[in-house]
Write a new protein. Sequence first.
Length: 213
Amino acid sequence: MQQPVPAPPAPPAPSVPRIILGGQTGSPTAVYRAQVAMRKELGEQLDNLQDTRRDLTNQLADPELPASNKAGIEARIAGIDARIAAMDKQIAAADAEVARAAGIPGAVVEEPRYERPGPPEEAFVIAGLFIVCAILPVSIAFARRIWRRSAAAVAALPQEMMDRLTRLDQAVDAIAVEVERIGEGQRFMTRVLSEKSPAAAALSAAPEARERR
């Protein structure tokens, strides 16, 4: 029975230098990122303080604000001003720490470039040029050919068909004239009957009046 061959020992991992900066310990990249994150957090806190001070200033400008509330708002604005001044100093110190961390070799690691999947952008440009230069003229020529064929087909109608269409057009015009005459006759009869109705009613009412007498 053969003995199993032992696996070769793994090569030792390269040791990452540990950096101590601003009370933080770690690799140069980790320390740099921590300093950047702290600087970002300080900037957001400063923005929040400035927004709060702006709101208090707007409240203080209200002419209907009671005097008792005005004193309290002024005290809050003074306290926020002191915090903003202290925050400015902390941000300046954080900027210095970020600059020092960035100066350590290996601290700043560039992000890998994002490669878009699929064909390159040049392929889309070439396809668009091909459509404009090749397919579009062919489509226009094909459309013009179809239009010429349809015009020729219309012009090639037999004379008998054209005569029948002309007679049909004339017959439709004659029917329209006759219908208009019939309509005028009906309107005339309606007007005559409506004018005779009051006279007939007066003639029928006269004998009844004589009988009553």
